[in-house]
Write a protein that binds this ligand. Structure first.
Ligand code: C2E
Ligand code: CA
Ligand code: CA
Length: 411
């Protein structure tokens, strides 16, 4: 007999701000928020759906008969609508911040235990990729390897220049002066006639092996764009951990910098630490560092990183994950974490970038806590290069651009 549970989608929903609530609002408020969270999850169930408690802040919704992405997307929209209103605790409005990992039924999954473990894996991806939810489907993961069409489609898209970098401004915390931008890939899918976000394809590209040519393409174009921006603005490019084992990366980056005649110090490589980094990767990072390229540790504090790893990585910058940045406004513990990371960075002569700054209050707090640079929707969303230049660089008259650079050198 098959396990009937595996016919249905499993959505593992986690209340992200649970950990910090006890510190910021006390145990009693925590219990009220947790109870409201469960009651709202219950309210979205249809007949035959189940709700399983995995942890006090983690529940698994088993959605009967949901097998397709379109249907799960509808279910998630309903969930977000239901959780959208904050919880009123003694007059204070506490938001329900959630993240979900979803497993869809597939022929490879024969036990509900496996479904749950896939949903857990998807939840980890959602955390890493900073997405509200990620759908795991083992048939998808296998499909990229097995379905030559998808790899062909990626290759075509690469050849047709459909992968382009958008740029998101980074500014000084002290004066809000532009210091550079992070390059974030977008797929201008000509067939679907839409712009696809990286969360929907990066992982599949990593599995297909095409991530290497894509990253090289993005590195070269970002370096070329930055060479056209006024000095000393820098560009930061995300490089997946898998690529760091390739010594060839050092030569390729060195060549691209030489061709564009860009000072290596104006390029930052953003890396995420996931688990133990192989010795080879540390060697590649050291060689990049010797070249003068800056290294930033992305999503700091969210991976399975250790201090030994931190000690071995020749990093110049720490990028504080937005979970702490946004949490710091309401949580004492998050503020303490930001403060300690800033202190750690100071002692190691590193810079700190606070990510995900969405409002003035967070920006002011990050400045107060000693972060050097800020990034987030408050200062600008990721945008095409032309728009970035127009809005953030080009709008300045030439003399102002020179003053701006001089101010930067002074700061
Ligand atoms: P990341 O490197 O941590 O990038 C930051 C993500 O947060 C971006 O999402 C950005 O649009 C978003 N973001 C920026 N400011 C705010 C804010 O104030 N609030 C909120 N809620 N979000 C903000 P995006 O562009 O969808 O990228 C998601 C992830 O995909 C990136 O996370 C990175 O891990 C990966 N990625 C993006 N571009 C590339 C790339 O060129 N190569 C590789 N390998 N990975 C990339
Ligand atoms: Ca990044
Ligand atoms: Ca990040």
């Amino acid at each position: 007999m098959g396990d009937p549970m595996i016919e249905h989608a499993h959505a593992l929903v986690e209340l992200v701000n649970y950990e910090t609530l006890a510190d910021s609002h006390g145990e009693q408020s925590l219990a009220l928020v947790a109870a409201e969270f469960v009651s709202r999850l219950k309210s979205i169930r249809r007949a035959g759906d189940a709700l399983l408690e995995i942890a006090p802040n983690q529940y698994c919704l088993v959605l009967r008969g949901v097998k397709q992405r379109q249907h799960i997307n509808l279910a998630m929209e309903k969930l977000y609508r239901e959780l959208a209103h904050p919880v009123d605790v003694l007059g204070e409005q506490i938001p329900l911040v959630v993240r979900s990992g979803i497993a869809l039924p597939s022929a490879n999954l024969t036990q509900s235990k496996q479904m749950l473990s896939c949903a857990q894996s998807a939840l980890r991806h959602a955390k890493r990729r900073d997405r509200p939810h990620v759908i795991f489907s083992s048939s998808d993961a296998a499909a990229v390897r097995q379905d030559p069409n998808l790899s062909v489609r990626f290759q075509e898209a690469l050849d047709m220049g459909e992968f382009v970098s958008y740029f998101q401004p980074k500014v000084t915390a002290a004066y809000g002066t532009l210091v550079g931008a992070e390059a974030l890939v977008r797929w201008h899918d000509a067939k679907l006639k839409k712009v696809v976000l990286p969360g929907q394809f990066i992982e599949q590209l990593e599995q297909s092996g095409l991530i290497f040519p894509l990253t090289l393409h993005l590195l070269k174009s970002a370096i070329a764009r930055c060479a056209d921006w006024p000095e000393p603005l820098h560009v930061a490019v995300n490089v997946p951990p898998k690529l760091l084992t390739e010594e060839f990366l050092v030569t390729a980056i060195g060549d691209a910098l030489a061709i564009a005649d860009l000072d290596p110090a104006r390029l930052t490589i953003e890396i995420t630490e996931r688990g133990q980094m192989p010795k080879q990767s540390i060697r590649v990072l050291r060689n990049l560092s010797k070249l003068g390229v800056q290294i930033a540790i992305d999503d700091f504090g969210t991976g399975e990183s250790s201090l030994v790893q931190f000690r071995n990585i020749p990093a110049d910058t720490i990028k504080l994950d937005r979970i702490f940045v946004q949490g710091a406004v309401t949580s004492k513990k998050d503020r303490a974490i930001v403060h300690s990371v800033v202190e750690l960075a100071r002692r190691c002569q590193m810079q700190v970038v606070a990510e995900g700054v969405e409002d003035a209050k967070t920006a002011d707090l990050m400045k107060e806590l000693g972060c050097d640079w800020l990034q987030g929707y408050w200062f600008g969303k990721p945008m095409p290069n032309d728009e970035f230049v127009k809005k953030h660089i080009g709008a300045l008259p030439r003399s102002a651009a020179v003053d701006h650079v001089a101010a930067l050198l002074d700061s």
